[in-house]
Design a protein. Structure first.
Length: 131
């Protein structure tokens, strides 16, 4: 119980752990294991750990939140791309995916042969699609 009280006092006003901190931890652990084989990776892993600890104990909460938001945007784009590839594979027999030439939105269209006029739900513009 005393440790928890001490930890609460130390961490008061500090940023703590977020999604970026957890990702840094996992990358650090991977690099630390790889450093057993490739010695120079030890220094990269050490630098990552120092950065992670700096973020955890930082009092500049606003900057740490902005860093985390940037990380989440990048990871969101990467996850979205993989989700789209998964959906394309799942729907490969029944649907086709096309991109709107105006707003670059990805549209899921039924797999009906021929030329079609499609209205983009995002920008409400019509364009021709050949399937």
């Amino acid at each position: 119980m005393k440790f928890r009280m001490w930890l609460a006092r130390v961490m008061a006003g500090r940023y703590g752990v977020d999604q970026l901190g957890r990702a840094l931890l996992w990358v650090y652990l991977g690099l630390a294991i790889a450093a057993l084989v490739v010695r120079p990776l030890y220094y990269v892993a050490l630098a990552l750990m120092v950065w992670m600890m700096f973020r955890i104990f930082s009092r500049n909460i606003y900057k740490r939140q902005m860093e985390n938001q940037k990380y989440l945007r990048v990871i969101g784009k990467i996850k979205g791309w993989f989700q789209l590839q998964k959906n394309k594979f799942r729907d490969r027999k029944t649907h086709r995916y096309r991109t709107c030439p105006y707003c670059k939105a990805t549209l899921r269209l039924p797999n009906k042969k021929g030329n079609h006029t499609v209205c983009c739900p995002k920008c409400n513009k019509d364009f021709q699609v050949k399937i």
